[in-house]
Design a protein around this ligand. Structure first.
Ligand SMILES: Nc1ncnc2c1ncn2[C@@H]1O[C@H](COP(=O)(O)OP(=O)(O)OP(=O)(O)O)[C@@H](O)[C@H]1O
Ligand SMILES: [Mg+2]
Length: 397
């Protein structure tokens, strides 16, 4: 792998058999885009993506999901990288690709994954059907994201006794809430597939919400939609969505609650029944965390504050998974509850910086309203249709 990287550095291209050398202006433009948080995602040529992923080699595979395989795409200096998600051929029809591109293109927030590029190319290839050859259109759809060093949250989940420290888990929960608040309030959007696999973590463990294939955009006055299709992931889907196909921001709150449980205990289990069960659960989780925190050599947050935070977090998580959507808090209420117990000063002797208090909708670039996202969608679909019309006459030559 090191030899491969060295070669890449030297040649400014990849070693993959069959992949042509990418044009250096594409590298230049992409590398500049990665440096500029406000830059728009760019349309990337297929041969460029083949080249930087070693022709979609297994060695560069980051993971597989329900809709595609994700590869690490190495840029010229071998250090910078992007994540390239190549959608399965079977999922090119169902609107996931258009959804992701047109929604993500307008989103800018520290806790939302950044779309850096996309590719939608079609080639006509001779394919054998029975005894004869037919010309078939082979379509490729790819999405390119900023590369997340620490991959997805599911790879970091563990019980209270081990794994990530409390203050890291607490910051991750707060980051997810801020990203969700931006989606719900600034963008009028619901995610509908929140789960640890769709929360990516950067090198500083800052969480970024990803995967907008199932997301829905609401009109200004709209707060819920009823659907027949119930795509999503069992265990994270709200009961009213499973039973009645009801989509609302409260469905995301349910998923958030399950993620909070998992982040705090390593398990998706929580009590459904009586108040006594809930109280017992909160006490047990708080006690487990107290045990770990008391043993810690260095504390990032004063012990009492950390224990209060644990208590507040697990109680809030339980409110989020309430079977009745009306009883679940809005994401802004969750943020307020979590921020209510904040450390005022770090412990003496701590080597790390105190947690930074950022406003919930703290975007890295100017926030984009849902009208802009809708406009992008129209422009993008318009451009695709226009290209199609240009290509049509060629098919009859
Ligand atoms: N931007 C990224 N940077 C680094 N790793 C990534 C990135 N995006 C995805 N991955 C890795 O690739 C894996 C597969 O991602 P993908 O979104 O295709 O599937 P999933 O989230 O596991 O399932 P689903 O298809 O239901 O969303 C992720 O679990 C993650 O580990
Ligand atoms: Mg995913």
């Amino acid at each position: 792998m090191d030899a491969y990287r060295a070669y890449l550095r030297e040649m400014g291209t990849s070693t993959s058999p069959g992949a042509r050398s990418p044009r250096s202006d594409v590298f230049d433009e992409l590398e500049a885009l990665l440096q500029d948080p406000c830059a728009m995602p760019m349309c990337l040529p297929m041969d460029f993506l083949e080249s930087i992923t070693g022709n979609f080699s297994e060695v560069q595979e980051l993971g597989r999901g329900g809709y595609g395989v994700v590869y690490k795409g190495l840029l010229r200096n071998g250090k910078a990288a992007i994540a390239v998600k190549k959608l399965y051929d079977t999922h090119l029809e169902d609107g996931q690709f258009q959804n992701e591109v047109t929604y993500l293109i307008g989103l800018r927030h520290r806790n939302i994954v950044r779309l850096v590029g996309y590719c939608a190319e079609s080639r006509w290839e001779a394919t054998k059907v029975g005894n004869r050859y037919v010309m078939a259109e082979v379509r490729k759809r790819l999405l390119c994201f900023e590369y997340m060093n620490n991959k997805s949250l599911n790879k970091h989940l563990s019980a209270e006794s081990c794994g990530l420290e409390w203050h890291v888990r607490h910051e991750i929960i707060k980051g997810i809430c801020r990203g969700l608040h931006y989606l719900h309030t600034d963008c009028n959007m619901v995610h509908m597939d929140l789960k640890p696999e769709n929360i990516l973590l950067d090198d500083k463990m800052v969480p970024k919400i990803s995967d907008f294939g199932m997301s829905r955009l609401f009109g200004q006055q709209q707060s819920q939609i009823v659907t027949q299709s119930r795509g999503g992931t069992r265990g994270y889907m709200a009961p009213e969505y499973i039973d009645k196909g009801l989509i609302s921001a409260k469905a995301d709150i349910f998923s958030l609650g399950v993620i909070i449980m998992e982040l705090m205990t390593g398990s998706r289990d929580y009590p459904w029944g009586s108040e006594a069960d809930s109280r017992h659960f909160v006490e047990t989780v708080t006690r487990n965390w107290r045990r770990r925190l008391e043993k810690a050599e260095q504390l990032h947050t004063p012990l009492d504050t950390a224990i209060q935070q644990v208590n507040e977090c697990i109680s809030t998580g339980l409110r989020c998974v309430d079977p009745d959507p009306k009883t679940r808090p809005a994401v802004w209420d969750v943020i307020q509850m979590l921020d209510a117990v904040e450390s005022t000063e770090p412990c003496s002797g701590t080597s790390k910086a105190p947690p930074i208090r950022t406003p919930p909708a703290a975007a890295t670039a100017p926030t984009t309203q849902s009208s802009m996202i809708t406009a992008m969608r129209v422009v993008y679909i318009g451009a695709l249709t226009f290209n199609l019309y240009l290509l049509l006459p060629l098919l009859f030559v």
